[in-house]
Design a protein around this ligand. Structure first.
Ligand code: NAD
Ligand code: SER
Length: 313
């Protein structure tokens, strides 16, 4: 089903997703075959070949692809929703030009497959917010969301016009214990565990009843690997697939944490991220992912909370 000898490049491997994705892909392809690239060295991945790379430097990217005979690229370098709003022009540049640099390598047949993540941020305030379907109104209101929506359209265009085998998932907020989040609106759902264990209290930057779709990192990594290893003819959507995840509010996750740490307390002080969260769906439908490549999620809220607390303790 897949060639274990393929050389893979993960760009942005030092981030929240990259570290865990590199570890899992290394189990499938071996560490030597998974080259990890980022702006700075990555302490957490000592066994993988490392390349210092700014993805905006197209020549340097090409040189790395040639040097290692790379066949597949996972492109994770991006500014996320909160940092993107603080630096909108740079977010647009990084999120779009990085993607073009990689898609062009595939168009020119230097590589055979591309993975690029999208996000629930492609939806906006005019999208139906409950059980958001795959195909619906999409008017994102953040620079990050606009760049993800444009990225999805470009991926689909490169597939149609140039037969580029690009695959993508609209991740919900991702929650894992192995790495820290990098500037998103859903970051509270990771920080809350660290603070619950260390200080038994947390001040949340979203209001108590802000429901958002979230997912355990293990499920997200498995989804990424499964979509990348599915037969090409099963991938009917070349923009990006919805992934539902679990929907909960800060109040609900705090109650679940209290089942393990009864003295845990949460307080609320909203900041600019509230407006971003209010523009996103509260829950998502992922029927197409289930139908096309047999997706099924493992973690619910209670098993996610238990897993996070056990591993961080
Ligand atoms: P992150 O911020 O934790 O990691 C991004 C990594 O990219 C960092 O290590 C950073 O150093 C690196 N990077 C930044 N600029 C670079 C450049 N010019 N060249 C090379 N590397 C560079 O982000 P993440 O949470 O791991 O997200 C990865 C991808 O997944 C992004 O595209 C993001 O939009 C998407 N995504 C993440 C989530 C989530 O909840 N974490 C949800 C939806 C989508
Ligand atoms: N978790 C991401 C963020 O909050 C969504 O893509 O930015």
């Amino acid at each position: 089903m897949y060639n274990k000898e393929d050389k893979i490049l993960i760009i942005g491997s030092g981030g929240q997703i990259g570290i865990e994705l590199a570890q899992e892909l290394s189990l499938l392809y071996s560490s030597e075959n998974v080259v990890v690239a980022d702006l700075k060295p990555i302490i957490a991945l000592p066994n993988n070949p490392f390349e210092q790379l700014d993805v905006l430097n197209k020549d340097a990217l090409f040189a790395i692809v040639k040097k290692h005979n790379i066949k597949q690229i996972y492109l994770l370098a991006a500014l996320l929703s909160a940092t993107g709003e603080q630096n909108p022009m740079f977010a647009w540049k990084l999120n779009m030009e990085g993607l073009f640099n990689v898609l062009d390598l595939a168009k020119e047949k230097h590589i055979t497959k591309v993975y690029w993540p999208s996000s629930i941020a492609v939806f906006g305030p005019t999208t139906p917010r409950i059980n958001t379907p795959q195909f619906t109104v999409m008017e994102p209101s953040t620079v990050y969301g606009i760049s993800k929506q444009a990225g999805e359209r470009w991926c689909e265009w490169y597939f149609r016009k140039h037969n580029v085998d690009v695959r993508s998932l609209r991740y919900p907020g991702l929650i894992g214990w192995k790495s820290a989040p990098g500037g998103g609106t859903t970051d509270y759902a990771v920080h809350i565990f660290h603070e619950a264990i260390k200080n038994k209290k947390y001040e949340c930057f979203l209001s108590a009843n802000t429901a958002l779709p979230m997912m355990h990192m293990e499920d997200a990594i498995r989804a990424t690997i499964e979509i990348m290893h599915s037969p090409a003819e099963n991938i009917k959507i070349r923009g990006s697939y919805n992934l539902a995840g679990i929907s909960f509010t800060p109040d609900q996750i705090a109650s679940e944490i209290r089942k393990h740490i009864p003295e845990f307390g949460i307080s609320y002080k909203r900041d600019f991220r509230q407006e971003i969260a209010d523009s996103w769906p509260q829950s998502i439908l992922d029927d197409e992912a289930k139908k096309d490549w047999n997706w099924s999620m493992k973690y619910d809220l209670s098993s996610l909370v238990e897993n996070m607390l056990v591993n961080l303790a």
